[in-house]
Design a protein. Structure first.
Length: 248
């Protein structure tokens, strides 16, 4: 069963109202969902909201600490205002989805492979603004995951080989896919090779269709110094995949 803000409302209310938090403030027992060795999974309201009518799915591995901090900061402020929980969940998604430089890089890369043209919009920045009804951002693991208190990257341990982590893919992520209207018509954009590998496995298991996966899209993180080169090398193929998959 997916954890939601309804269960953590009182815990978050006890936090100070801030724009940003330190790890020592959020990586606490009251927000800890599960632990296995040096892997810890914590709650954040980043992935509570589901846009069931989305045409584009952008998929990461797990929210990082920056997204966790942004989502909890948003929730804390809105709880103080006594905003309705469902509205808070949406606001947390809007504020936290690939926040910071990651969002800027994603937009630039998607425009470069002409997704904006396929969607008949000026720029993919609109997907995070007035056209966000076309977009759903989600993580294979819906909650922030940390290994030795550092953001989990999908490699140590390798996600596909971790039964502990993969159960979240099967128990949470797949259920979310099934809640999307006309799921077979959406374009799935994995951020990086680790996400793509998991999606390809799900396609082998006939959970999703292989042709829906935008293969070869590099991880947009600034830490991926080869992302521009990789995008340039794969650009032609990525554009062709988009043209085949976009159904408005």
């Amino acid at each position: 069963m997916k954890k939601t803000l309804y269960e953590y409302e009182e815990v978050i209310k006890q936090l100070p109202i801030k724009d940003k938090y330190e790890k020592s403030e959020l990586l606490i027992d009251d927000l800890l969902i599960e632990k296995n060795g040096n892997i810890e999974i914590y709650y954040a309201p980043h992935n509570d909201y589901l846009n069931s009518k989305a045409k584009i799915f952008i998929i990461g591995i797990t929210p990082g600490f920056q997204q966790m901090s942004t989502a909890i900061s948003t929730a804390r402020k809105e709880l103080e205002l006594e905003t309705d929980i469902e509205e808070i969940q949406y606001k947390c998604k809007v504020a936290g989805r690939f926040s910071g430089s990651l969002r800027k890089n994603i937009i630039s890369m998607l425009d470069d492979i002409k997704l904006n043209e396929a969607l008949s919009i000026n720029s993919c920045s609109a997907l995070f603004e007035d056209k966000d009804y076309l977009l759903h951002t989600v993580s294979l693991i819906p909650y922030p995951v940390f290994v030795k208190k550092q953001n989990y990257s999908g490699h140590t341990p390798k996600l596909l080989k971790s039964k502990f982590l993969m159960k979240y893919v099967y128990n949470n992520f797949i259920k979310e896919l099934n809640d999307i209207e006309n799921f077979k018509n959406i374009l799935i954009i994995p951020l990086g090779r680790a996400v793509e590998e998991v999606l390809c496995k799900l396609s082998e298991e006939e959970i999703i269709c292989e042709k829906q996966i935008l293969k070869g899209f590099p991880h947009p993180s600034g830490a991926n110094v080869n992302r521009i080169t990789q995008l340039k090398e794969n650009k032609g193929n990525l554009i062709r995949q988009i043209k085949k998959n976009i159904v408005l």
